[in-house]
Design a binder for this molecule. Structure first.
Ligand code: NAD
Length: 310
């Protein structure tokens, strides 16, 4: 059977990063300052430390100022919230993110809500989540935005198509479903209590899987020709694997993302882009906050998408 086309997030993210680097240079020339991203990390969770390091490295590569505060797991609530307040007030900082999970999960909602919604480049603040729900402009969560751009760039049709999202978290599943809905797909959200998951997934012309279970989705859950986006990142003795059985599913699907090299790099690229667009807005280069998807649609036309990845 035919092999699915690869949705190559690593290559596409490189193109996006190159566009961002160019824009950062132009911004420096125009207003004499660079965009700034501040990251707060609490505790010593190894995965979080890797994510934060990758985000810092990615910022440096494109010329975005990277600031961070690292706290031990037993940080006091007031110290953590004071750090967020300082970044809210810091004019060098255009975007703030608090790396989740916190060792104190009960602080997470308040911590996110205390970020200035105008610097909420993760799009997790309740105001930005509400804006997505209402379909009005605001920061878009990075992973769902990256998924949408991967699909759009590959020419996957969404209007009127059946889409299934597996997972209903606030950071991936729900915003991904809302974005697909905004693109006029007919969307079903499946989750841990869904009966006969494979049958629900087989309905999907576009399947987004964000459950956090290695190889949850096999070939029996795929409609032939479907576009399959695997958000899962599961550390196993065999290395990093997704939620989708890539080898089996790529024999049935029309498009598929690999893990690693699919959604992960797109998430970081969208974080950088949200930071750039926040900075353009804060410095008055743009009258309002622009959507990363709109920005890329315009830049794609100007720059041409055929240039090799960086
Ligand atoms: P989460 O644990 O908050 O949510 C998981 C969701 O999956 C829940 O809504 C749950 O109902 C559903 N689920 C769990 N088991 C299921 C099952 N057996 N059948 C159907 N649904 C099931 O996780 P999350 O934060 O949304 O992340 C999901 C995965 O995506 C994780 O592996 C995470 O590491 C990964 N992730 C990747 C990126 C990236 O950039 N690639 C970004 C964020 C999260």
């Amino acid at each position: 059977m035919a092999q699915a086309q690869l949705l190559d997030g690593a290559a596409l993210a490189c193109q996006v990063r190159r566009q961002i680097r160019q824009q950062v240079t132009e911004m420096q020339a125009a207003v004499g300052r660079t965009p700034g991203l501040a990251v707060i990390l609490v505790g010593d969770d190894p995965a979080s430390q890797i994510y934060v390091r990758n985000k810092e490295k990615a910022c440096t590569q494109v010329g975005i100022l990277s600031l961070s505060r690292r706290f031990p797991a037993d940080v006091s609530r007031s110290e953590l919230f004071e750090a967020i307040r300082q970044f809210n007030d810091d004019p060098r900082v255009d975007g703030i993110l608090v790396q989740l999970p916190l060792p104190q999960p009960e602080w997470e909602m308040d911590a996110i809500a205390s970020i200035d919604p105008g610097k909420d480049v993760d799009g997790f603040h309740p105001l930005n989540a509400g804006r997505l729900l209402e379909g009005v402009p605001g920061f878009l969560s990075c992973t769902p935005a990256g998924i949408l751009y991967l699909l759009r760039h590959a020419g996957v049709e969404l209007v009127g198509r059946r889409a299934v999202v597996v997972g209903r978290s606030n950071i991936v599943g729900k915003p991904a479903a809302l974005l697909l809905l905004r693109e006029h797909a007919t969307v079903t959200v499946a989750h841990s209590r869904t009966r006969d998951l494979a049958a629900v997934c087989r309905e999907a012309e576009v399947l987004v899987v964000a459950a956090g279970h290695a190889h949850l989705i096999g070939a029996d859950a795929i409609r032939p020709g479907a576009a399959v986006v695997d958000v899962g990142m599961n550390r196993t003795p065999e290395g990093l694997v997704g939620d989708v059985d890539f080898a089996a599913v790529s024999q049935v699907a029309g498009w598929i993302t690999p893990v690693p090299g699919g959604v992960g790099p797109m998430t970081i690229a969208m974080l950088l882009l949200n930071t750039l667009l926040a900075a353009r807005w804060h410095t008055g280069l743009d009258a309002e906050l622009r959507s990363p998807l709109e920005f890329l649609a315009e830049r794609g036309r100007e720059d041409g998408d055929s240039r090799p990845p960086c």
